[in-house]
Design a protein around this ligand. Structure first.
Ligand code: ZN
Ligand code: MN
Length: 252
């Protein structure tokens, strides 16, 4: 099986593949964030990393860069909030600058096309900014650089949603640590999930505003925004297959 991870390559092999500039570099970006007592802190890193590797293996001339593990601050209404022990986040300006610097280093090796695979909702706007600044910077220096930006959940169809949530889907906004992420983790890293510790919570409801400092009473003590108890590895496979196939179809 071909190794698509840049960090496992020697520099000479890396140079041979990338110097012509027609290789796509996939960069997974995640977060270290609590996902309930039943799961590790890193689903937002491991899920886009896994998807990126599978896409690169199926794709033509694609490599996966080491993931950026730290993401933008967990927000109560999408990630439970930044106050949970273990949730370890950076500011938006730090994330933006870091992603920009990493991409620019790859540009300096001769690479011209990138795919950012996001695994943490809160990162989105800072990844937009990093990509936009990079292409503008490169354009001024006469280099044509292209950055694709995607969040893997945008590749999941209504058909798959109806299979994964046969009792009804309560919406993407509260899929934090619930059936979606837990199912994927059961498929790719079952050793990091303990379903005996999964807490059955009601789907979270929030007021139509945010408040700072955050109010921990807005979120269930377990930290998930919906219940993970109906997660299965089979559901995880269904979701992953569709995301990987969709990304390859659009971006290969
Ligand atoms: Zn997550
Ligand atoms: Mn997250």
């Amino acid at each position: 099986m071909k190794d698509v991870k840049i960090e496992n390559m020697d520099w000479v092999s890396y140079k041979e593949i990338t110097e012509s500039g027609d290789c796509k570099i996939i960069l997974p970006v995640g977060a270290i964030e609590q996902h309930g007592p039943h799961m590790s802190l890193n689903p937002d890193v491991l899920i886009p990393s896994y998807i990126s590797e599978q896409v690169a293996k199926k794709g033509n001339k694609m490599l996966v860069a080491p993931a950026i593990s730290y993401g933008y601050k967990s927000q109560v209404k999408s990630g439970g909030g930044n106050f949970f022990p273990g949730t370890t986040c950076v500011s938006g300006s730090s994330l933006e600058q870091y992603v920009y610097d990493v991409l620019l280093a790859y540009v300096n090796h001769g690479n011209r096309e990138f795919i950012l695979v996001n695994g943490h909702f809160e990162n989105s706007v800072y990844l937009c900014e990093a990509a936009d600044k990079l292409v503008n910077h490169c354009e001024l220096r006469g280099m044509k650089v292209k950055v694709y930006l995607l969040s893997y959940w945008d590749f999941i169809s209504d058909d798959t949603i109806s299979k994964v949530f046969p009792d009804g889907f309560t919406g993407w906004a509260i899929e934090h640590g619930g059936v979606l992420e837990t199912s994927i983790m059961l498929k790719i890293h079952p050793e990091l999930v303990d379903m005996t510790k999964a807490v059955d919570v009601e789907p979270a409801t929030f007021p139509p505003y945010d408040v700072f400092p955050s109010d921990p009473s807005w979120i269930a003590p377990s930290g998930t925004l919906s219940s993970p108890v109906k997660a299965t590895a089979e559901k995880g496979k269904l979701i992953l297959d569709e995301c990987i196939e969709g990304i390859v179809k659009h971006l290969n």
